[in-house]
Design a protein around this ligand. Structure first.
Ligand code: MSP
Length: 662
């Protein structure tokens, strides 16, 4: 039984944010669940490198595009490793295997008569790397990239006959009702298909960064046509036919809702044209916002997943994203909610359960527990939870799979409270019952950890070690290891608390400096009086231990902190006074990829006409604000002695607009 799954490949013009990480984490949970279920799983991820933004970013950094992409590959891999993402292969679109596949597939479509030469005239959003129709824009702007003005382009393009495949696609959707999930996405695209499809451009003129069309090498393959082919390229299309035959079709493409159309309409049509089988399923997940706002570098609302993983380690983050967001829908991350869930689910609930079990096993049975029968109430709970878990995970209701595992944890805590092992231990006649109770809890915790293994791999492995599971974590199989074991001897190991309780930091800032404070702890209490989450000393298996000291009072920031402020060179195009203001001028600037209006407090030093043509430095990722009724999209840097009007920070006029200040 094989299972080949993929995620979207990321643009590398920025480091990944928490939204990109959400996709990789949830796909990893699916991959790990499939392995746990006995599938021979192949999990592909990668980077999408042939985008205009990537090319531009490389030049801003003074690097050759490939050199820049090499650096970004290292950064991306480091983030994914930190989040414990278990990908088997990582493809880059600049690799020879990818180029070979793209050229082969493009040639197949051309030979079939599905690619023809034409003229494109219309809008293009560089951030989406997508051709836009008038109806896709809101107030003239791309709804996903409101601060960027779409470009009007007119160029010779090669077109793909997407319209020709509309009926075949509709048929495929109807014959395979689960081809696109969740249902809301499927319905959305069914409506789109019913409305008819237009042919799409598959090449760009005058772009050197990309793969040449094999039949017209002066033209570069459009980045989306290029990128989609990675899924076939990675398993040998165009380079290794026998491997491709063995691995294709893919079982599942996990992608975000914004790009589902490319995967469930364009990609299948390309495959039909080239005579290749279609992937079995596409899953279009929802988006994660940060504090209710769309995550965006340019809007300054982006959150670095490594900052979040530093707080408690990767597993609490993975659990939060999987358990708190119904898969398929949108969700939100705030530091407050994250800390709250950490305390409730991990410190108080699961962590405390593991600590109490180990403490009681040691105190009453020298850490050796012997099964004394078939299992009582917890065995039934575990059976029911396993059944719910399978159905949920098979149907990609990952949040419900997590809830099923926690059903066992909750029931175990209730069971301890009701059976009161400390009271049983006081009566010699209750010794048999105490054996049963302790073993039952240990077995329930073991099964909960097996179920949590795909979601919290490091922590689950540590819990399994502590409850005496002898099978290596990677060798666990749901069929045998998820079932109740009624006859066994268990050696329980005590350890530091997995998740020490923290005091809420009440901060929703991206900066997590305050988050490294050591949480308050109580130590060495007796088993009975142990309140939730307070036993022992800090230290976490999957998560790095919380530092024992507050960082020194040092207000200096790291280079990464500095790079969060996006300073860019811009050229003033127009300037005018702001009515009724002595200090403010309204300027429009060319910021490289867009024009912006900025209100600047520099009227004391300049007449508006003196500014036109000046090269200035702006803060490009400042949230928009209204000043004297005018919306300002950024800030112009200026300085002046106390009490005197500020003058512009000088900038060499030869530096092109859009260049990043570093
Ligand atoms: N390069 C294309 C994908 C090509 S796949 C053949 C691309 N890259 S991306 O970097 O912009 O996005 C990568 C993935 O991250 C996409 O699936 C996208 O939907 C997802 N997400 C981007 N922002 C997100 C959130 N805020 N939340 C969840 N997923 C998000 O598109």
């Amino acid at each position: 039984m094989r299972f080949y799954l993929t995620t979207a490949i990321d643009y590398v013009n920025n480091r990944p944010h928490l939204g990109n990480a959400y996709e990789k984490i949830t796909a990893d949970v699916i991959a790990r669940y499939k392995r746990l279920s006995g599938f021979d799983t192949h999990f592909l991820m990668g980077n999408d490198e042939h985008s205009q933004n990537v090319y531009k970013r490389a030049h801003e950094r003074g690097l050759e595009p490939l050199e820049y992409c090499d650096q970004m590959e290292r950064e991306f891999r480091a983030v994914w490793t930190q989040l414990d993402i278990s990908f088997d292969d990582f493809i880059r679109t600049t690799e020879p295997r990818h180029k070979a596949a793209v050229q082969r597939l493009a040639q197949r479509c051309f030979d079939k008569g599905d690619i023809y030469e034409g003229q494109y005239e219309g809008w293009y959003c560089v951030s989406c790397e997508a051709f836009k129709q008038e109806r896709d824009l809101v107030g003239g702007a791309c709804p996903l990239h409101a601060t960027q003005t779409p470009e009007w382009i007119r160029e010779k393009n090669y077109f793909f006959r997407l319209s020709k495949y509309r009926d075949a696609l509709l048929e495929h959707f109807h014959a395979h009702p689960t081809f696109l999930q969740p249902e809301a996405r499927r319905n959305e695209l069914l409506r789109l298909l019913e409305g008819g499809l237009e042919d799409i451009s598959v090449s760009r003129a005058g772009q050197s960064w990309g793969i040449p069309l094999p039949f017209a090498p002066d033209n570069t393959v459009y980045v989306w046509f290029d990128a989609l082919i990675n899924y076939a390229a990675a398993v040998g299309y165009g380079t290794d036919p026998s491997r491709f035959d063995a691995c294709w079709p893919a079982d599942l493409h996990v992608v975000g809702k914004d790009i589902t159309r490319f995967h469930a309409v364009v990609w299948p049509a390309m495959l039909m044209s080239a005579g290749i089988a279609l992937p079995a399923q596409v899953y279009g997940h929802g988006w994660v916002n940060f504090g209710g706002q769309r995550m965006s570098k340019s809007l300054g609302t982006s959150l670095d997943p490594t900052d979040v993983a530093h707080r408690f380690g990767p597993d609490p983050l993975r659990l939060y994203l999987v358990k708190e967001i119904a898969y398929g829908g949108d969700g939100d991350f705030t530091w407050e909610r994250y800390e709250e869930r950490y305390n409730v689910d991990l410190a108080n609930n699961l962590g405390n359960l593991v600590s109490r079990l180990a403490a009681m096993a040691e105190k009453y049975r020298g850490s050796r527990l012997v099964a004394a029968g078939g299992g009582g109430r917890l065995a039934q709970v575990a059976d029911a939870a396993l059944a719910r878990y399978r159905v949920s995970m098979d149907g990609f209701a990952l949040h419900d799979g997590a809830a099923a595992a926690f059903q066992i944890v909750d029931a175990s805590n209730e069971f301890i409270a009701e059976t009161a092992p400390w009271a049983l231990a006081k009566q010699a006649g209750d010794a048999g019952r105490l054996d049963e109770v302790l073993f039952e809890v240990a077995e329930a915790v073991r099964i909960a950890a097996v179920l949590l293994r795909p979601i919290m791999p490091g922590s689950a492995a540590e819990i399994l070690r502590r409850v005496g599971e002898t099978t290596m974590p990677d060798a666990l199989r749901l069929d045998q290891d998820g079932a109740w074991r009624g006859t066994d001897v268990r050696h329980i190991t005590k350890g530091a608390p997995l998740w020490p309780r923290v005091e809420a930091s009440k901060s929703n800032d991206v900066n997590v400096a305050g988050a490294t404070k050591r949480p308050s702890q109580k130590m060495e209490m007796s088993v009975e009086e142990t309140p939730a989450g307070t036993l022992g000393t800090p230290g976490t298996p999957g998560a790095p231990a919380v530092p024992a000291t507050t960082p020194a009072e040092d207000s200096r920031i790291s280079y990464e902190d500095f790079m969060r402020v996006e300073l860019r060179v811009a050229k003033v195009l127009t300037a005018e006074a702001v009515p009724k203001s002595k200090k403010l001028l309204k300027v429009t600037v060319d910021a490289g990829t867009e024009h912006r209006t900025i209100v600047a407090g520099i009227a004391g030093a300049y007449q508006p006409e003196q500014l036109v043509g000046r090269t200035v430095v702006i803060v490009a990722n400042l949230r928009s604000a209204k000043l004297m009724g005018v919306e300002s999209q950024g800030m112009v840097l200026a300085a002046g002695p106390e009490g005197q009007p500020p003058t512009l920070i000088a900038c060499d006029p030869s530096i092109p607009p859009g260049t990043r200040v570093r």
